[in-house]
Design a protein around this ligand. Sequence first.
Ligand code: UTP
Length: 604
Amino acid sequence: MKPTFSESMELVGLSTNWNNFSDEQKELINTLVENGQTHLFSGWDEPGTNDEAKKEFLESLEKINGNYPGGLVGYISNARKLLAESKAGANPFEGLTPEQPEKVDLTSFTDEFKKYEKIGADYFDKTGVVLVAGGLGERLGYNGIKIDIAVEVLEETTYLKHYADNLLAMQARSESKRPVPFIIMVSQDTGPKTIQSLEENNYFGLQKEQVHILQQELVPAISDNDGALALKEKYELILKPHGHGDIHMLLHTSGVAAKLAAEGIEYFMFIQDTNGPSFNTLPAAIGASVANGYDFNSLAIVRRPGEAVGGLAKLVGNGKEFTLNVEYNQLDPLLRATINPEGDVADETGFSPFPGNCNTLVIKTDSYVRILEATQGIIAEFVNPKYTDETKTAFKKPTRLETMMQDLPKLFGESEKVGVTIFDRMWSFSPNKNNVTDAAAKYASGGPADASATAENDFYAAGRARLEAAGMKVVEGEEIKILGVPFTVGPKVILRPSFAMTLEEGASKISGGSISDQATLIIDGADVSLENVELSGKTGLVVKACSGAKVTVKGKFENDGFELVELGADADVPEYLKIRGYRFENRGAQTFEFTEPGEYVVEA
Ligand code: UTP
């Protein structure tokens, strides 16, 4: 193959290296030069100088070319189009008016809530869980992968183990016992440690085959409106993350979505790396999707005006209507320009009329696979260049195309139905994404802290809510501040998914009883039941039963339980404790563990 470009002075060096390239590389170089990328090959050294760097450069171009549907040419042409729109100042919401989306309100544990949970529970073996875990977590600043952080430090359960436990509980409850597919999207930054964590922990009891690891790749940065790929130095591109919308592309290109759909998986639930409560919502959210025929169900919370989460709105106009996440910085101007000159303000409920997006999504697989095939999984890319001035001709630094997984409905037509299911915040959305200093500042200025301590706090609060829903008397403890972040002292309640996946299941295993404001209760096991259990003072009670061990717990327990010990900002402790500022010390909690099948009674 010959060069198709003319031999300018600039490309003399490239030509002298020509015979060292493979046919594929020659073709790619020709195509890139034809597509305005001559600068990538300008001033190349003669053969014998920097050959290793040239080889690695070409390999990186080939890799990106292979990973992106439509290859590098597709990426460059998408970039040019989006950059032209951005330069023209195109308003993505032109002609559209926000209205209320179709909503299901599950903010309290009503009969409707229980009805949806029941429907969803029948879909445990028809559901796959997709975890997007490729993010760097710069705001948290944890020195490791986020899913390795403990969601609670009484037993130090990591996010990854907590998610795996939920999958195991789902499959144990289905008639078919079919393993729940677990798709984990990783990136270069998180991939090796995610695999290490799974392997060192024997996949947390999951079968290796049910776990699908998909790795997202970085995309090239772009330095101008013509889509010139940016170089860090000669022979090295600048690469940047493409965003969590990559999950759609990877589920398509890997064939995993189509394969699982063909195998009978009807819904995917998409969750984020450190949102511990996601599985609290899973049964009712799947139920809401099934009962209302939603192709796409966005889980949401009531949103404080101005809060930094996207607002979910039905956008109507131009002969179309579709329900979409509107980023919080776009919501205010959109509202001002359309329905409310005051912008993003509260309605009579005290909250924004537009629910806040938790980015937990339930997507119906048959419509999903159809959309993926039609789009190759490239979901509504966008570009957000920072221009040097109002002429919008130069960027302050190279930009790149990005995608967000919640933008999928942008590709929906009239036949796809989008709904929003609103849950209580503690029950559904408590991400661990801010370091403790920033979290304290956010909290002080009236926003959610979204930190390790608040995530753990909500983990226990969800346990308390399950006890209360089952009829136990729960005395809520006081809220204290630890390093400026709020934390309710108790009771600390962990009801493992093995014990209960739905409210009804919890209620069937708990009768009566009470728990005091500083007590701790941890239950793990499908056949444990609590009969008028009373935990007073600081009492701690831990009951764990293997499969086949039927344990009845009764009576009034009293001991010195677990004590909360504050650590201070400069404590010399492991990072997972440092990021929350406390730990628990066992001062005499009672633990009952049953590792053999049989019938047992635990009595105080
Ligand atoms: P976040 O918005 O929390 O971003 O991502 P982040 O990159 O992890 O954290 P910061 O902004 O650096 O502090 C939301 C979810 O999307 C995943 C994250 O892992 C998290 O579960 N994500 C984000 C990806 O999987 N890939 C990406 O390219 C970006």
